[in-house]
Design a protein around this ligand. Sequence first.
Ligand code: ATP
Ligand code: MG
Length: 238
Amino acid sequence: MARTVVFGSRPPTGPRMMLLIPGHPLSAHVRTPGGVGRRLAGMARRIGIMGGTFDPVHHGHLVAASEVQARFDLDEVVFVPTGVPWQKDGKQVSAAEDRYLMTVVATASNPRFSVSRVDVDRTGVTYTVDTLRDLNARYPDADLFFITGADALEQILSWHRAEELFTLAHFVGVTRPGYSLADAHLPSGTVSLVEVPALAISSTDCRARVASGMPVWYLVPDGVVQYISKRGLYAAED
Ligand code: ATP
Ligand code: MG
């Protein structure tokens, strides 16, 4: 059963989130006006931020974003491909423009999904704190929800200027096969943990499959399969 757990005394995700904790006295599902109605009512827009290297973007990313969009009643989810990701410094990462274009192709069919160039166009190493600052400036009246997988969530406290991150967005940690959602040491009321349909897909595995001649059909969107082939990405070096 889908489960959303909120840490802290106050549901930080607004009045329309589901608290589905069996037997919990706060369990509720309260509807408030969606998108247009919310704007007419003068309520803040709710924008999800899905950051990632997206080398390549795959269905695990898309399912996680879609699930959080629905569960948190987000007006929009903005995918933000990293420029030079600091966690992957030293490892080979495809050109930012290729990762950006694959993400555009993958998200094009969903009217609630969009892609931002904010990290791709910033020079230097990508830090999440810069991403969130820039997006707060871009959407000054919106509530931001930073969506991150369980593996990345575990690293949050080691992130550059971690304490500032929690002032810039509410964090949503999503489950990911092979990783457990650790809630220890996270500031109270700042992180929600959401169970999403499990897809044991990783970009690392997709790259390895392409390099060894195995298919990535149905692991990534069809257009991304074609983009990888057209650009010759991830081919094994001779
Ligand atoms: P790599 O293997 O190169 O690290 P990845 O599959 O982990 O790639 P990233 O671009 O690193 O993809 O991930 C972006 C975000 O999406 C991270 O927060 C990550 O935890 C999350 N994520 C990636 N794959 C999944 C998945 N299958 N299910 C849920 N979340 C995922
Ligand atoms: Mg990763």
